[in-house]
Design a protein around this ligand. Structure first.
Ligand SMILES: *[C@@H]1O[C@H](CO)[C@@H](O)[C@H](O)[C@H]1NC(C)=O
Ligand SMILES: *[C@@H]1O[C@H](CO)[C@@H](O)[C@H](O)[C@H]1NC(C)=O
Ligand SMILES: *[C@@H]1O[C@H](CO)[C@@H](O)[C@H](O)[C@H]1NC(C)=O
Ligand SMILES: *[C@@H]1O[C@H](CO)[C@@H](O)[C@H](O)[C@H]1NC(C)=O
Ligand SMILES: *[C@@H]1O[C@H](CO)[C@@H](O)[C@H](O)[C@H]1NC(C)=O
Ligand SMILES: *[C@@H]1O[C@H](CO)[C@@H](O)[C@H](O)[C@H]1NC(C)=O
Length: 429
């Protein structure tokens, strides 16, 4: 068991799990692309014939009370609980970021854009202004007061980790976190903010459901059990007061899908004896099952946040053939910008499964959507690009591959915490 919280004692070993195998072998480089089969049936081939996406493996190196919280007792002014925070625009904001590479020690190298030499600072001078209300700047002290004696955990992939580090950086401005646990490759990490007795954790679970990675004949195939929430977090659910779920990009990988232990289909797995199953359908089954399992879980009475899909911004190519993201400001004509097809589909599944699960869950108030897809898509300027590394040129003088998927810290991803906090504090109707 991974101990959590102040009274957790000394960290002990983490039982190995299939999750561990998911953090790939290949370090130090972007790798793996995934072609989306199944798409072809869904959209005109002219639009998407073979959509390619990236997954980074290099990242390794490196209740009960929540819903009774009252904004008034915390000194917050939460006036617009029904405001849709997902629609709005980025407006100029001269306030400095809550933290920098100098004041936060928890920024992963690949997202430490300032330290890695990113020259422009304009991308830090915007704030999200929802159409219907004001979104207050993230107040780490308010967050910590709201989370006193609570445990919050992120489950997900490297973008979940990116978000968790953003939150950690913000709250570390109030108090230095103490590390309670860290697995050897930083997949599963637990922090404590001692004077608030607030525990912040992340467990690596890129599909949220059980999976294993198998290599054969030089290619790697994910074997995904669509109906089985991953044990590493499902078994520990009752220990948490708030969980932040996210998933998406890993479903683009070549995969074999299982239900009830039997193969039900595959996505670019290279085995023609297995019927194709679109990853879009597979994703819906996996996410829907996870949300239902959480709602049905005895002993878990926490608040569940589902964070929606965060799109990539490669331009002039894809990640493997010179694609870049070197813009320095948000899309100009924000209200005219639409989510690209892939992001729009992934978000649609998330919102539909969220609505379905919330409607049938008697304690629906504890399921919250953190819908960042649109606001994030407006920020092509927020990614590390070549500043994912301090060495932006390869030995032969060409530019290193760009990271246009993860987000610089500090950066636009910090806004996600504003939505998290506002959602956390919103009074129930
Ligand atoms: C809350 O905010 C609204 C709108 O910004 C303002 O009119 C109101 O006076 C505020 N209330 C308190 C108690 O600060
Ligand atoms: C932070 O980044 C700046 C460059 O913007 C660099 O000069 C400085 O050494 C970095 N500080 C730390 C602590 O990494
Ligand atoms: C710290 O918080 C945990 C729950 O996260 C609780 O069980 C424990 O009693 C708290 N400790 C103190 C000293 O309040
Ligand atoms: C393994 O890969 C080689 C070369 O691509 C191919 O010729 C062979 O048929 C593959 N074997 C299997 C079992 O897929
Ligand atoms: C941005 O990248 C493109 C190539 O993808 C290049 O043509 C352009 O000059 C770059 N802009 C800046 C400001 O570096
Ligand atoms: C900006 O808005 C105009 C008119 O609504 C539209 O034609 C144009 O494509 C938009 N530009 C972008 C970048 O979305």
């Amino acid at each position: 068991m991974i101990p959590i919280g102040e009274d957790g004692g000394k960290p002990m070993g983490l039982k190995s799990s299939s999750a561990a195998t998911a953090v790939d072998q290949g370090r130090g480089n972007l790798l793996k692309y995934l072609c989306c089969s199944g798409l072809i049936a869904l959209v005109p081939i002219a639009i998407v014939n073979c959509y390619v996406f990236l997954v980074y493996s290099s990242l390794i190196d490196q209740e009960a009370v929540l819903y009774s919280l009252h904004s008034a007792s915390l000194g917050a002014n939460i006036s617009t609980r029904d405001c849709d925070l997902s629609k709005g625009k980025w407006i100029p904001d001269a306030a400095p970021p809550l933290y920098t590479n100098e004041t936060c020690r928890y920024i992963q190298g690949h997202q430490n854009c300032l330290k890695n030499g990113r020259p422009d600072r304009g991308f830090l001078a915007w704030r999200w202004r929802p159409d219907e209300c004001d979104l207050p700047r993230f107040d780490p002290a308010l967050f910590l007061r709201a989370m006193r004696n609570k445990r919050m955990i992120f489950f997900g992939d490297s973008i979940a980790r990116n978000h968790m580090q953003s939150l950690l950086c913000a709250i570390s401005q109030v108090e230095e976190p103490r590390n309670l646990y860290r697995d050897p490759i930083d997949k599963d990490v637990i922090w404590l903010l001692p004077s608030f007795n607030f525990t912040l954790a992340i467990f690596w679970s890129p599909f949220l459901v059980k999976h294993e990675q198998r290599s054969s004949n030089g290619s790697t195939i994910m074997h995904i059990h669509l109906d089985t929430p991953e044990e590493i977090w499902m078994s520990r659910l009752h220990e948490f007061h708030a969980i932040v779920l996210s998933s998406g990009p890993w479903f683009f990988k070549p995969s074999v899908y299982y239900r009830g232990g039997s193969i039900v289909g595959c996505h670019h797995c290279g085995d023609e004896s297995i019927p194709p199953l679109s990853f879009i359908d597979a994703y819906r089954m996996a996410l829907g099952g996870v949300l239902d399992s959480i709602a049905a879980r005895d002993g878990y009475a926490g608040t569940t946040f589902l964070r929606t899909f965060s799109a990539e911004h490669f331009e002039n190519g894809e990640w493997w053939n010179g694609g870049t993201c070197n813009r320095t400001e948000p899309f100009r004509n924000q209200s005219a910008v639409e989510l690209p097809w892939m992001a729009s589909e992934m978000r649609r599944i998330q919102v539909e499964e969220f609505d379905r699960a919330a409607a049938k869950n008697p304690s629906r108030s504890k399921l919250k959507l953190v819908d960042v897809s649109y606001s994030a898509y407006l920020r092509p300027d927020g990614h590390p690009g070549v500043f994912r590394s301090s060495r932006t040129l390869t030995p032969d003088g060409s530019a290193v591959q760009s990271d246009c998927l993860h987000w610089c810290l500090p950066g636009p991803i910090d806004m996600w915490n504003e939505i998290l906090l506002k959602t956390l504090l919103a009074r129930e109707p």
